[in-house]
Ligand binder design. Sequence first.
Ligand code: DC
Length: 227
Amino acid sequence: MKWPEVIAIDGPAASGKSTLAKKIADRLGYLFFDTGVMYRAITWLVLARGIAPEDELQVTRLAERTLIEVRPASIPDGRACDILIEGQDVTWEIRQPEVDANVSVVSAYPGVRQALTMQQRRIGARGRVVMVGRDIGTVVLPEAEVKIYLDASVEERARRRYKEMEARGEVVDYDEILAAMRRRDEIDSTRKVAPLRPAEDAVTIDSDGKTLDQVFEEVMCILASRN
Ligand code: DC
């Protein structure tokens, strides 16, 4: 079977797109690439350097100068891959609440998006990749053969994020997570450059009430039909 070379998966935070994409990539023997980690890595570096996230010029300069490396997982601690920035492993640091709280602001800057989009396109050009994000089908790889937009209600997504954090032993409050999720949805979908929205030729799947396996089978049928 000849599978599509490039598969784009977009959707809001905690819609389950990364878990889905990883499963598809493993099945096809493709690279799984979650572009959100790049925006998170830059946000982490901004905070680590003591730069104010509101300082667009400094944040943009940093994004233009910094190479983010995404490599196969070197430690079996539940990570999908290693994320390195300036040689430092920040795989788990980029999941901290401070990063969550600031990443939408950083990722709304046009210069930051341009710098990271270029790095993402280079990876997409190699083919055999499942790329995940907010603007993969619309901006990064508009030529992708298959585009999936994975959606779920904000309450369902907040519940999933709550469970993930609880499983990692973090102290969490559902209402706070729900409020933060709403804030991020608002910023991600109303920003001027590359807002979160389905591409015109994307297939939208609503994952509310569906298991990962059900969504996975649905996507595999779509991929098989594009042969
Ligand atoms: O998917 P995530 O929660 O790890 O994404 C982190 C942030 O990065 C999120 O606020 C939206 C942003 N992002 C983006 O703007 N474009 C992408 N292609 C991927 C993520």
